[in-house]
Write a protein that binds this ligand. Sequence first.
Ligand code: 6R9
Length: 651
Amino acid sequence: MSDAIFPVPAQWAANALVDSTGYEAKYRRSIADPDGFWREEAQRIDWIEDFDTVRDTSFDRDDFRIRWFEGGKLNIAANCLDRHLAARGDDVAIIWEPDDPADAGRKITYRQLHDDVCKFANALKAHGVAKGDRVTLYLPMVPEAAIAMLACARIGAVHSVVFAGFSPDALAGRIKDCQSRIVITADQGLRGGKTIPLKANVDAALEKLSAQEVAVDTVIMLRRTGADVPMVAGRDVDWADAVSGQGADCLPEIMDAEDPLFILYTSGSTGQPKGVLHTTGGYAVWTAMTHHYVFDYRPGQVYWCAADVGWVTGHSYVVYAPLMNGATTVMFEGVPNFPDFSRFWQVIDKYQVEIFYAAPTALRSLMREGDKYVTRTSRRSLRLLGTVGEPINPEAWQWYHRVVGEMRCPIVDTWWQTETGGAMITPLPGATALKPGSATLPMFGVQPALVDNDGVELEGPAEGALIIKDSWPGQMRTVYGDHDRFFQTYFTTFPGVYFTGDGCRRDQDGYYWITGRIDDVINVSGHRMGTAEVESALVSHPQVAEAAVVGMPHDVKGQGIYAYVTPMEGIEAGEELRAELVKWVRKEIGPIATPDIVQFAPGLPKTRSGKIMRRILRKIAENDTTNLGDISTLADPGVVDDLLAGRPGPK
Ligand code: 6R9
């Protein structure tokens, strides 16, 4: 933890949308008079019909419901496009920077984007997609990803974006869970000069599904690289053919505030990924508002959120919120280290980016290459920096602040989750003195609290489990197809409040410091991975009897994946199997789930009731083996010695 405090720069305090007095007054009002506060904030959205009630929410079991802006009718795609046409139709909505800087990028105006979205929306309709249907998107970071999302929203279809780094199996599971009969993809993705066989992955996923009698009848494929890919007659359609002849007008579907907008799968501590479902009205108000205040966004500014649309940050802060706010949003197809470690900063100079928002893991990977890749670029256009996805260590924060932002740019460290839709605990650049490593203070309308293991609320400076006491408009509404799981996952550990899954400390100034997940979720490079998912991938290998997975500290990724594996009887636990298992997990889930360490273990530390004692596995993975705590309840305490002896690397 760091004690440094960075006051709000005078110029920011004087010119920002919200200063510190403004923050306090607005925050107080948002809690004391939520109806009045949200009624006003909702005016930033164009409603086709005004809502009747602002909110109707309860986290209690007998009375459980989360509804915002009921009776209101709107279309979020129209809020992103149509309403800007008169005043700023010729402004650039999306700047697209391709993987290879030598290739031509694209600048798409609001008018062009409107037309492209309408054409694709009409194409979807022509393929039988109607309001409420689920559409799976498996696309690279190209403008067509945003176009496809907005086209779904325009006709009331529910998109489910699957990150293009996921394997065919992971894709198949997500298609099956939400029963979508149409998939939108590209021939190949392109990242860091390497191609990703997206269409081939879709083919493999659909083959797997057809064996399970799940039928996908339409695949629309964008040609990104022009690779020669097989097309299945009657099923596969070229994007260009799908839109050719379609009109550039498509009446936006009139959606209820609580109609579903999208599903996004995320890892939890148990079972398969959950389909987090967001609805229309609350999500629109929440993301547009948080984007406006957190980034102090003013029309005309070039804004770049470097997240992929496959994650919630890409949904909320690459596509929906910036476009609702009439922003120029940069979409970047590439990676931070290609062609070299200056890429981020070159793109910033190229488009005169003023606001830059990225994950700590990317910053750490660049920091270790030295300052020269940064300092040889100008970055004069930058005014504000942001981070999201995982705790940022104070060293990386200081580097971002000093080297990248040359001490003049505040850093907004925004804590939030797929489930929360948008930023929940975050500084406002004109209002909040910063402490490196702290996400600072709650956003308007958010009531965080810390509780102990018994659910007793802790006052003042304290450390405990982070909960949110009351609903906010951008809250997820359900787990798709499993409302009971929604309630069980988030509202039963501590009855009556929303449990985030994170641990947190609050200091004497009321600042929040997220300490990381306290459930069985690990955060690898800002991406959530359920240990259970990696375990189930490992045990599906024919030579594996048992597996247990925990997180371990990792300099760049934040956390790495440490897997303990017990092979089947008679199987040799050697380098060959190790390499094979790493490959296996990559194939089963995707490269983001690649285990960093596989330790073969003749036995796992289990209690007499058969429960794996993860605490011990975590300690060994952290190389903190001096105090393993009480191991007397283990069925066979001897396994601990075997585990310590079998730990790879320096002891
Ligand atoms: C937006 C996003 C959510 C989990 C969350 C927490 C971690 C996100 C953070 C942060 C510390 C921050 N997290 N932002 N931890 N400081 N600023 O990342 O959503 O992929 O669902 O992950 O990420 O552990 O619970 P998601």
